[in-house]
Ligand binder design. Structure first.
Ligand SMILES: O=c1[nH]cnc2c1ncn2[C@@H]1O[C@H](CO)[C@@H](O)[C@H]1O
Ligand SMILES: [Zn+2]
Length: 331
């Protein structure tokens, strides 16, 4: 299979984890910021999480440097344009990018400016390339909750015009969903779709909670439904799609290595899985690489690949018209 040429869909990609190293240098110069180094390979090595990370928390330390240059409208717009450009150039036909608006307040931007800038960058890329996209607003589980509804309100202006869904991200502890019930409910009432990071560092019960308490239609990672029969059954019976991110799952120790990733077992058993990047820079990957790794490790056929592609289309938060467009590329 020619992985580069295959049509691809990425439903789980973080903006701040997918910044080009050169863009960090350019934006730091424009913004008069001092970098730890001016050498691009040094900057890249500070952004890529090592395979030797102890856990998700160590992986999450790699976001500080990119976030430092993501505090202006121009910086956000450029980075958004570039992630869509990079994906389009490897034949990603549809990309849902997520980011945490609350992480971009350091220079006094409003939530409207923050969300508006990334949507603008995405739309510019959609005009220039054969790619379509949407944004997901992530709330960091470890941050104060007092401004969550403000983020939801600000994003509502862009709903179905660049923004589609609500997510919870960051460090994962057992039972986290209980504290977020009113916020997920508020987002759903406003018209947001819901996907939640769960069962990555935390247990299968978190996945069960995300679906049953927060109304998640998709789950970020969801690895640990393996070994939790109730969560497994719920995900399977309710047709909740898992957004698996193989390289990231190895770095964060959600799995020991690729061969022990449950992605193929899930797929063979009818659990809906999708293949995604998580973070193009922090995980030093592309959709081409993720698809190649999964197809080769698990000896998937072209038919298997396109079955997964179709799951991505059907469970994307795209409009019906965009879904129809994406299905044209499926075999
Ligand atoms: O795999 C992940 N699991 C949980 N949180 C993540 C992952 N990758 C990135 N982020 C978190 O999401 C924020 C917004 O994009 C990032 O700043 C990072 O803290
Ligand atoms: Zn993620």
């Amino acid at each position: 299979m020619n992985y580069f040429n295959l049509p691809k869909i990425d439903l789980h990609c973080h903006l701040d984890g997918s910044v080009r190293p050169q863009t960090i240098i350019d934006l730091a110069h424009q913004q008069n910021l001092t970098l730890p180094s001016e050498d691009i390979s040094e900057i890249k090595s500070l952004m890529v999480a090592p395979e030797t990370c102890q856990n998700l928390d160590e992986y999450l330390m790699r976001f500080e440097l990119p976030l430092s240059v993501m505090q202006t409208e121009a910086g956000l717009e450029r980075i958004s344009f570039e992630v869509f450009e990079d994906a389009a150039k490897e034949n990603v036909k549809y990309l849902e990018v997520r980011f945490g608006p609350m992480l971009h307040l350091q220079n006094g931007l409003t939530f409207d400016q923050i969300i508006g800038s990334v949507v603008k960058g995405m739309k510019k890329a959609e005009e220039q390339y054969d790619i379509k996209g949407n944004y997901i607003l992530s709330i960091l589980r470890t941050m104060p909750k007092d401004r969550i509804n403000e983020v939801i309100d600000a994003g509502a202006k862009y709903l179905n015009d660049g923004v589609v869904a609500f997510d919870l991200a960051g460090s994962e502890v057992s039972g986290f969903c209980h504290e977020f019930i009113p916020y997920a409910k508020y987002a759903i009432e406003k018209g947001y779709r819901v996907t939640i990071h769960a069962g990555e560092q935390g247990d299968g019960q978190n996945v069960h909670d995300a679906v049953s308490l927060l109304g998640a239609e998709r789950i970020g990672h969801g690895i640990h439904i393996k070994g939790h029969p109730e969560a497994y059954a719920l995900v399977k019976n309710e047709a909740v799609a898992l957004e698996t991110c193989p390289s990231s799952n190895i770095q964060t120790k959600a799995v020991d290595n690729l061969s022990s990733h449950p992605i193929k077992a899930f797929h063979k058993d009818g659990v809906l899985i999708t293949i995604n990047t998580d973070n193009r820079t922090v995980s030093n990957t592309t959709m081409t690489d993720e698809v190649r790794k999964v197809v080769e490790e698990f000896d998937l056929s072209r038919e298997d690949y396109f079955a997964i592609y179709k799951v991505s289309v059907e469970h994307s938060f795209a409009s019906d018209a965009v879904k129809q467009h994406l299905l044209q590329f499926a075999e």
